[in-house]
Design a protein around this ligand. Structure first.
Ligand code: ZN
Length: 151
């Protein structure tokens, strides 16, 4: 049973998320097997996609160690799924569903009708896209800039 670390509890205080929301993301990923896991087995990354928000939980065997979210919709890699990438960059994540190493790719990030390229971790076999915590800071900035332009 995974619990919520104190750091994450602090993070959640200022967000619109409840601890139960986070545990739901983790439990759904554990039930379906749709998640990424670190190659060294130290952590898993699960996500929940709704119309206007994608939320993530990073967790290990005992607790959730990070949570984050972005409003942008992460679409397919630039050039499409079938584009052969020269010397593709392997991420430190493995797709739990198919066992393939997830790759670092730039994908189409859409927000309020605008699309930009942004870094993501993708499983090319399952055509699944994840965004890592340190990328979200950049996305959050882009979201606010795009939002202001639009307003
Ligand atoms: Zn996969």
């Amino acid at each position: 049973m995974v619990t919520i670390s104190d750091e994450v509890k602090t993070l959640l205080k200022d967000s619109g998320f409840q601890e139960s929301d986070v545990l739901e993301v983790v439990n759904a990923a554990e039930a379906s097997g749709n998640k990424l896991k670190k190659a060294d087995g130290s952590a898993c990354l699960a996500k929940n996609v709704t119309d206007n928000l994608t939320s993530y939980a990073v967790y290990n065997d005992s607790e959730v160690v990070n949570v984050y979210a972005h409003q942008m919709q992460a679409g397919e890699p630039i050039g499409g799924w079938d584009e052969a990438v020269e010397s593709p960059l392997e991420s430190e994540w493995i797709c739990n569903k198919c066992g393939e190493t997830a790759m670092n790719r730039n994908v189409n990030m859409s927000f309020m009708g605008m699309t930009r390229a942004g870094p993501a971790i993708v499983c090319e076999k399952c055509k699944d896209v994840y965004v890592e915590a340190d990328m979200v800071k950049t996305l959050a900035v882009a979201e606010s800039i795009l939002g202001e332009k639009r307003a």
